[in-house]
Design a protein around this ligand. Structure first.
Ligand code: GLU
Length: 445
């Protein structure tokens, strides 16, 4: 396999899809050595097939706002790969959403889901709809319109969407209601449902919790301890909230959190009611974090900047893609951190990842460290199928086991001759091998 040649062809076929091309290039570089040891993959054109989604659905989403004005958004569902299970992955409602972002997320999801050990293929969807400042009634009408097209493409054994940025339990509720009305089926077609109607315990916390289980294990493997360490976190959505909670529980101190307006530095530690306050700010539609500094003395709001300039032992990206670039990586590396983890999907630019790996930094890639969210969605699917509701302790135990197994797979495929564990390579190779072997077994389809 010649990565450059494949990337050139792909860029020609899909011009302007920068995020998608970035995600593919990272995987191809990681897997090329292993791939070249398998001539049967080359013969079956596994790479050429794996980089193209099985199906892309794009549709118009018209809806009416509270003033009676009509709006039109674009809806997407990218059904990327179903080799190891039904398509599975979240829906993102954010004005930045476009085909490139949907495809990068669907591509990453395929390998992430393979790592979870559960039978889930990869998919992603969403819309360029901006929920910020919209009333619940407007959100409901938007979700209903979105589902009035999507319902014909999904199903518990076909494609199971969930939440992502801008889509939480409220949105999943409106989407589920419309699906049920249109199909007359009460079934586990979406995950991230409310606890009273088929949702799983721990699902809201799962991405953040799973990330900390992974980071903790990474550190223990390197004879390091989370206890007493400082943590810089970006973002203040659901993922950041879960990460802050678990980091605190494991004895670390979180000193930053961030919103689109800047970041908060709180040397006393962000935990408990402070953490809940951030999530409240967010869910009230108030998409800024500045009010935190007014409410909690001793903390500081730094406008228009990211938290990567703060000195910490551990850095966790928990906001969105490409939120940490090469310059940020230099700044972080100068602080000699113990661990950097990409909890958001593709949170680091390619340049940043290259710098971390070249510096032999302990670095966790998104598709491994943030897989706890979708893994718990998989556990929600299991509970729906067997019509049972597991206790929080039971789900948490399974989540622990899954994160442990993902770590093991990264170590197995990522350990280098000098002992350094390249978790990026490990995660990409482990995820790829599983999907590629399944595709080989299923013939040219
Ligand atoms: N959006 C999450 C992710 O990026 C969760 C997807 C899911 O639960 O299906 O993995």
């Amino acid at each position: 396999m010649e990565v450059e040649k494949i990337m050139q062809d792909l860029a020609k076929k899909h011009p302007g899809e920068s995020e998608f091309l970035q995600a593919v290039e990272e995987v191809l570089h990681s897997i090329k050595d292993v791939y070249n040891q398998h001539p049967e993959f080359e013969k079956a054109k596994i790479i050429e097939r794996i980089v193209e989604p099985e199906r892309v659905i794009m549709f118009r989403v018209p809806w009416t706002d509270d003033k009676g004005e009509v709006h039109v958004n674009i809806g997407y569902r990218v059904q990327f790969n179903s080799a190891i299970g039904p398509y599975k992955g979240g829906l993102r409602f954010h004005p930045s959403v476009n085909l490139s972002i949907m495809k990068f997320l669907g591509f990453e999801q395929t390998f992430k889901n393979a790592l979870t050990t559960l039978p889930m293929g990869g998919g992603k969807g969403g819309s360029d709809f901006a929920p910020r400042g919209r009333s619940s009634a407007e959100i409901m009408r938007f979700c209903q319109s979105f589902m009035s097209e999507l319902y014909r493409h999904i199903g518990p054994d076909i494609d199971v969407p969930a939440g992502d940025i801008g889509v939480g339990t409220r949105e999943i509720g409106y989407l589920f209601g419309m699906y049920k009305k249109l199909t007359r089926h009460w079934e586990g077609v979406l995950t991230g449902k409310g606890m009273e109607w088929g949702g799983s315990n721990i699902r809201p916390e799962a991405t953040g919790y799973g990330a900390l289980y992974f980071v903790n294990q990474m550190m223990q493997t390197h004879n390091l301890d989370l206890k007493g360490k400082t943590v810089a976190v970006s973002g203040f959505g659901n993922v950041a909230w879960g990460a802050v909670q678990k980091a605190t529980e494991l004895g670390a101190k979180v000193v930053t959190i961030s919103g689109p307006d800047g970041y908060i530095y709180d040397p006393a530690g962000i935990a408990g009611e402070k953490n809940d306050y951030m999530l409240e700010l967010r869910s009230s539609g108030n998409d800024i974090c500045a009010p935190y500094a007014e409410k909690f003395a001793g903390s500081k709001f730094v406008a228009g900047k990211k938290p990567w300039e703060v000195k910490a032992d551990i850095y966790l990206t928990c906001a969105t893609q490409n939120e940490l670039n090469g310059e940020d990586a230099d700044m972080i590396l100068a602080n000699k951190p113990l661990c950097v983890a990409e909890v958001s999907n593709m949170g680091c630019t390619a340049e940043a990842v290259t710098k971390f790996i070249a510096a032999k930094q302990l670095f966790a890639p998104g598709k491994a460290v943030n897989a706890g969210g979708v893994a718990t969605s998989g556990l929600e699917m299991t509970q729906n199928s067997i019509r049972l509701h597991w206790s929080a302790a039971e789900v948490d135990e399974n989540l622990h086991k899954i994160m442990h197994s993902i770590h093991e797979q990264c170590v197995k495929y990522g350990r280098e001759a000098d002992g350094y564990i390249d978790y990026v390579k490990g995660a990409n190779v482990a995820g790829f091998m599983k999907v590629a072997n399944a595709m080989m077994a299923q013939g040219v389809v």
